[in-house]
Design a protein around this ligand. Structure first.
Ligand code: F6P
Length: 322
């Protein structure tokens, strides 16, 4: 079923939807963020919530019920917390949509609708998960409240994958340089703003802490001046994700400070990929995280090569029960 048909089908069963919850773990939780951010910004009536799955399970929002849509997301579809959240949402009468790479996985058992996404085929396929979740959010707003920039958004979805695949073809030398320059870094701080904030979060917790065992912390560029900037000094390693659009001034302000004290800063900037040449200004905010997450993968791969530490290496995950 097409994404707009899923939402129209829910609407035919329940014309009054008042809340939408986005639930997942780790990288999948972060991939739900652009959709959540979009609804939080644009909805006038709909409540939007974003949860790590066990927080949803242990401290379930009171509004979850027949007037809710719960979108759960898991790449492999087996993460127990997220599988449980889907069942819980269903038992409370919510309309459940599972987003996963594997349509046969346990995640889909209690889902009213299943959305499958690619992953391995290309760099752009790796971000089809957040793109589909974001599109679901746009379809929900359009169906239940109306959304003026809907056509611009759909046009953008039609272009973003090519933008990513073309960008990643040119990025290898820069990514190699990053790998060499940061391979011995004792810590890497990551920040971004707006819909991109959780790309910083997932790069920090998944790519650096989980897959590289590199100490890391992440924060919103807006929070940088409310604590983290005290750590800045010459050659401190930072990765700054700069967005086009509404929150760019927050990223620019952080960059200016990092440069003032000669921090070791790598900037991944949506502007360098001419995002605004492809995506209309009124929807560009939501495409920053898709583009930046897509191109960041190649930086993580090159860091892993330079450190001789494959991204698949784990100490505990999949090896112990926990
Ligand atoms: O997206 P899935 O399959 O639920 O997997 C979640 C797991 O994958 C990661 O996002 C990356 O390995 C972890 O942070 C998390 O534990």
């Amino acid at each position: 079923m097409e994404l707009n048909q899923i939402i129209r089908s829910i609407q035919s069963k329940q014309s009054e939807i008042s809340s939408v919850y986005f639930v997942g773990c780790g990288g999948s939780k972060a991939d739900l963020y652009p959709g959540f951010y979009f609804l939080r910004k644009n909805a006038k009536k709909l409540i939007a919530g974003h949860f790590t799955a066990n927080e949803f399970n242990y401290d379930t929002p009171a509004a979850v019920g027949e007037h809710s849509i719960v979108i759960t997301c898991s790449l492999g579809g087996t993460t127990p917390e997220t599988v449980k959240a889907t069942g819980l949402a269903k038992s409370l009468g919510a309309h459940t949509i599972a987003v996963t790479h594997d349509p046969q996985s346990p995640l889909t058992k209690d889902a009213d609708y299943v959305v499958t996404h690619g992953f391995h085929e290309s760099y752009s396929a790796k971000v089809s998960k957040p793109t589909k979740v974001l599109t679901l959010a746009v379809e929900i707003l359009n169906a239940f409240e109306g959304y003026n920039a809907y056509d611009h958004f759909i046009e953008g979805v039609g272009k973003i994958y090519d933008v990513i695949d073309e960008a990643t073809e040119l990025l290898l030398p820069q990514a190699k340089q990053f790998g060499e320059a940061y391979k011995d870094a004792p810590v890497i701080y990551v920040m971004g703003s707006g819909a991109t904030a959780e790309v910083a979060y997932s790069f920090s917790i998944c790519l650096l802490l989980e897959m590289q065992w590199i100490n890391s912390s992440s924060f919103n560029s807006g929070e940088f001046f409310h604590g983290p900037f005290e750590i800045v000094e010459k050659d401190k390693p930072f990765l700054l994700l700069m967005s086009e659009g509404s929150t760019r001034p927050m990223d620019s302000r952080a960059l200016e400070f990092l440069n003032r004290f000669d921090a070791k800063t790598t900037v991944i900037d949506a502007k360098d990929f001419a995002l605004l040449n492809y995506i209309a200004e009124d929807v560009v905010d939501y495409f920053n995280p898709i583009l930046i997450e897509g191109v960041l993968r190649i930086f993580a791969e090159q860091l892993a090569i330079a450190r001789n530490h494959p991204l698949s290496k784990r100490r505990y995950m999949w090896k112990l029960s926990y």
